[in-house]
Write a protein that binds this ligand. Sequence first.
Ligand code: IPM
Ligand code: MG
Length: 406
Amino acid sequence: MAASMQLNVKPLKPAFYLKSASKHSPKLPARVRCSAAAASTRRYSISLLPGDGIGPEVISVAKNVLKLAGSLEGIEFRFQEMPMGGSALDLVGVPLPDETLSAAKQSDAVLLGAIGGYKWDNNLKHLKPETGLLQLREGLKVFANLRPATVLPQLVDSSTLKKEVAEGVDLMVVRELTGGIYFGKPRGFGTNENGDEIGFNTEVYAAYEVDRIARIAFETARKRSGKLCSVDKANVLEASMFWRKRVIEIASEYPDVELSHMYVDNAAMQLVRNPKQFDTIVTNNIFGDILSDEASMITGSIGMLPSASLGESGPGLFEPIHGSAPDIAGQDKANPLATILSAAMLLKYGLGEENAAKRIENAVLHTLNKGFRTGDIYSAGNKLVGCKEIGEEVLKSVETPVPAAV
Ligand code: IPM
Ligand code: MG
């Protein structure tokens, strides 16, 4: 998208920005970027939800990066920090306070750290931090969760897979986020006809839910390599048979995208056998949860992977896919790069600010090129640093951009 087209454009339809999120979008010369940025200041309000564990540490670093990259591109942010997850439980007794949800809804985009921790693990379901996250996704109606997994050449040795298997992997998991077994009814605990105690959930999808996520996935695949693999369990589950039927129906709108289908057990195996066969994967809520964690390991560390959750309209939710890592919280050991890259996704997919997003992505690559590593991605010969220091290095690279030699 040309820089001039971005001026004063407020995000209404994330699908529109997906179109601009091409792997092949033209690179603008720095001079053009500066003059476009100088033309007017764009202002956005961002809700920051640091959450629990390492959440506050990684959010504080990502906020600084976002602020600087924005200011260099003529963007001004108003940040509002709100409680969420276990910290909100401790503060006000619920994992998603009404004030947090309404602030999030009123903002232009939401950046979340991580939620959860041992302390709240045995809470009743409605008092679990995870319940707050599901309420937030539901409240913001962000049904499309984009989880890219890219093996960076700098980190290929961090992958547990053989170099030749991991090298060059670049895939996108499009996960349905507000339906399926996470939200399906009936659900609960009870007693069966034999008097045994049971717990039960329901995997259910309505046509409109499959159709809209399928369209996002086809659009995404179209902008990447034009290959889409829909993952289901249609050999067993009715909900999956229905999923597959709807995906095939929507495929007729995208004749240029090559569609394939795979059962989830096979997909889990293929991801570690030959991940390069995949480009875009579309799948339901629970399979997407599992496969995106698996895909993250191919890249070396879950500490590197960002995500974007988008709806038809309204603010998107951007979060690293890692958890709150309570074992290392408060020790300055966390890897903030997934959150920093989530901030880049916020700029690109949430606000349509591709130049600022690119600045951040390049700065992360440059920081890795300089050899800075947190513990999770450390390998011999590199410089082991903490969360704050790697954040400082990213800031330096945002300030003085260099062409990102990947
Ligand atoms: C994720 C997480 C969440 C999920 C949890 C924390 C509720 O695992 O974002 O992948 O299951 O969606
Ligand atoms: Mg998960």
